[in-house]
Design a protein around this ligand. Structure first.
Ligand code: GRF
Length: 207
């Protein structure tokens, strides 16, 4: 079921496939996770079925409880090992994985099982300001210090290197030279809320 869920048979229609079950992985606040959940809550085709975090105290797990979405905490060591997270995905019949502020490298077995079925959002215009250690406020500070006049979001497929999978979508926004990183973060979050759920839908429905 995992590999090629979308490739069972070309004559399949969305209706005959049934619900496509999506897991969201997040390490922190989870505002994107919640926004994505609300976008799909009435969908007949796509369901946010599971929320996973590698941080026990992450606010995203509180959000999951509030939204009534099953959730899981898994520490970094167990996550990186790969077997249990793959088992969890299988036992929850997950078809597609969305990373929304998730800070651990995805293990190889999960990438193989979900080839082109894991996507990430990065809060800048890759390939600039990407790679290991470039996450959250570090990105916005680096953008500010660089004097760039544009930043934005990048949605990409996930492979085994941070932020290097093929790019699906980018959207830019104007910033002032050396604009306050908090202001930059606000602008980027606004883009994420506006575009990320629709891009997820487009990627899933194009499979
Ligand atoms: C987002 O800016 C996302 O692009 C980045 O981490 C942030 C997560 O924010 N990868 P939130 O947890 O969804 O509020």
């Amino acid at each position: 079921m995992l590999k090629g869920y979308f490739c069972r048979n070309n004559s399949e229609t969305m209706e005959s496939r049934g619900l496509i079950r999506v897991a969201i992985f997040a390490s922190g606040n989870g505002s994107n996770a919640e926004n994505i959940f609300h976008y799909f809550k009435e969908s007949k085709h796509i369901q946010i079925a599971y929320i996973v975090s590698n941080k026990k105290e992450a606010f995203v797990l509180e959000r999951a409880k509030k939204l009534g979405v099953p959730s899981l905490f898994m520490d970094n060591k167990e996550f990186r090992q790969g077997n249990r997270i793959l088992e969890e995905m299988k036992s929850h019949s997950i078809d597609f994985i969305v990373l929304a502020g998730f800070l651990v490298l995805i293990p190889a077995n999960l990438i193989e099982a979900y080839l082109d079925q894991i996507i990430n959002i990065h809060p800048a215009l890759l390939p600039k300001f990407g790679g290991k250690g470039m996450y959250g406020d570090f990105v916005h500070r680096a953008v500010s210090e660089s004097g760039e006049l544009k930043t934005g979001i990048t949605v990409h497929f996930v492979n085994q290197a941070y932020d290097e999978g093929s790019i699906i979508f980018q959207k830019s926004v104007d910033i002032e030279a050396r604009e306050n990183p908090n202001k930059i973060a606000e602008k980027v979050h606004a883009l994420e809320y506006e575009y990320f759920p629709a891009i997820i839908k487009q990627v899933i429905l194009s499979k």
